[in-house]
Design a protein around this ligand. Structure first.
Ligand SMILES: Nc1ncnc2c1ncn2[C@@H]1O[C@H](COP(=O)(O)OP(=O)(O)O)[C@@H](O)[C@H]1O
Ligand SMILES: [Mg+2]
Length: 282
């Protein structure tokens, strides 16, 4: 009798375990369907991988295709490295890419990048990487002419990624806000008309420099990424924040990153869990 009871209890436990397992499987399948739907819902937005390790994971796969993106950070924070990585990713995908440098000479820039492992001369010879050294005065002419030689390269070489590094001095050319606003808007609409994904670099330390000269750019850009370089204990550490990215459920966290030879910027796969009160940007 006792034995019979024991068997019955055991059977009952086993069947409860089975049904619990079944519920778990059903729940898992519903969850994966929801995720699938979410992915396919956002499927009409084409993404452009950024080339920055671990960044795409927090921005739904990359920049939106044909968007205008802005990266803001202080001097030495890795903005140009970020920009080159973005173009190198384009080359990997078989695209043609263009780097417009406003403040650096080609020779110095190539030398710096070769220290990090990128032979830009070699890429230039391959006919897919284009480099233009421009003065910020010249960008004014470009806008007056409605495109100039930059547009000629973009259209004739079917350029898909454009970098402008940096547009800080261009913005500073204008004393009056209204004029700056007008020029910035023309630049954005010109970039949009080229149907390529662009990355604009702006030099401003988001933690110190609260001058709002970049406000209009930050407002107009489709995405805004901040790079921070701040002292935590003995040493300064690097951090990245995706402040905005239109049409994207991006992470609201701050991520630490490092700069490595032959890799460039590598973002941490986990959000920073330390004190955040120092990151008061804008
Ligand atoms: N081989 C390297 N390994 C690690 N960090 C490097 C290396 N080369 C340069 N860096 C870092 O990259 C910084 C320069 O990055 P860069 O993209 O030119 O800055 P920005 O354009 O923001 O002024 C340097 O200040 C240095 O800290
Ligand atoms: Mg730079």
């Amino acid at each position: 009798m006792v034995n019979k009871k024991k068997v019955a209890v055991k059977k009952n436990v086993q069947s409860r375990k089975k049904s619990h397992k079944k519920t778990k499987i059903i729940k898992k399948s519903i969850r994966s369907k929801i995720i699938q739907r979410k992915i396919s819902k956002g499927g009409n937005v084409k993404r452009v991988p950024t080339g920055i390790k671990n960044l795409d994971k927090i921005v739904e796969g990359g920049f939106e295709k044909n968007s205008t993106n802005l990266i803001v950070g202080g001097s030495g924070n890795g903005k140009s490295i970020f920009a080159i990585q973005f173009l190198m990713e384009g080359l990997k995908q078989g695209e043609s890419v263009l780097y417009v440098a406003f403040e650096e000479k080609k020779k110095d820039f190539y030398a710096n990048m070769s220290e990090l492992g990128w032979d830009l001369e070699k890429y230039e010879k391959s006919g897919k990487f284009f480099f233009l050294s421009y003065t910020s005065e010249k960008i004014k002419t470009m806008l007056d002419e409605g495109g100039g030689d930059i547009e000629m390269i973009v259209l004739s070489k079917k350029v898909q990624r454009v970098v402008m590094d940096s547009i800080t001095t261009f913005v500073m050319l204008f004393e009056r806000d209204v004029e700056m606003r007008g020029r910035a808007l023309s630049l954005f609409s010109l970039l949009k008309s080229w149907a390529c994904t662009s990355l604009l670099v702006y030099e401003r330390d988001p933690l110190i420099d609260r001058k709002q000269s970049s406000r209009i750019l930050e407002f107009e850009a489709d995405s805004l990424i901040f790079l921070y370089f701040t002292r935590l204990k003995k040493e300064r550490e690097r951090f990245l924040e995706v402040y905005k990215m239109r049409g994207t459920r991006h992470s609201k966290n701050i991520f630490q990153y490092i700069i490595r030879k032959n890799v460039g910027i590598e973002v941490s796969s986990k959000p920073y869990s330390g004190k955040l009160d120092r990151f008061k940007s804008t």
